[in-house]
Design a protein around this ligand. Sequence first.
Ligand SMILES: Nc1ncnc2c1ncn2[C@@H]1O[C@H](COP(=O)(O)OP(=O)(O)OP(=O)(O)O)[C@@H](O)[C@H]1O
Length: 223
Amino acid sequence: MNALELDKVEYSYRRNAALRGVSLQLEPGEVVAVTGASGCGKSTLLHCAAGILTPDVGAVQVDGQDLAELAEADRAALRRTKIGIVLQFGQLVPDLPLVDNVALPLLLGGHERGEARVSAMNWLEQVGIADDADAVPAEVSGGQTQRAAVARALITGPSVVLADEPTGSLDSRAGQALLDVLLKAARYRGAALLMVTHDNLVAASADREIRLRDGLIQHEVAL
Ligand SMILES: Nc1ncnc2c1ncn2[C@@H]1O[C@H](COP(=O)(O)OP(=O)(O)OP(=O)(O)O)[C@@H](O)[C@H]1O
């Protein structure tokens, strides 16, 4: 069974067609980079895969479950437990220290607070920002919030990890370290990883590259 499957997905913002029929499948543990010029539909693709946007046409399946066929509460639970999302600007809760931001998916899932915080500290260590655990997002750099967002995305052990420019705010060394954390989630834990990137080195670390153009897959390359 595929971890993530998009079937002929179309999405328009008013009359502006951002995706015009995109199909792709990711097996567990597979790493796919999505590339293409600015405005070609990369972020829209990621948002449809995450269930943040609902396709106008076509379907999205995670672990064989069609997102559109689930009741709202079930879809929210699936998104919380099976999908880890790293959006472009981190999207952390402003008032919460990083450790609580990272622990949030576990807390929302009913895990005990102490246990959730221990796990969050462990993930903060893995992404290299354990020293900033008690800082709120406004007190740390964009790169630190991006690392916390990766930790939050991985804490539930999701089947699918979706990342929009995950290393965009980091210098090359820190970017490579964060990329390694994401790749490990795929290689050792079997998460399917879909990454939007402009960075050729990030794309080269994937198993496949999908290049979009004007809302369609222009070509697909096995790496
Ligand atoms: N909220 C929105 N309202 C209207 N149009 C939008 C919106 N978001 C994106 N678009 C349009 O949809 C198309 C695809 O945008 P999208 O952000 O998915 O592209 P992208 O490849 O991720 O771009 P970038 O690399 O610049 O982030 C573009 O023409 C864009 O202008």
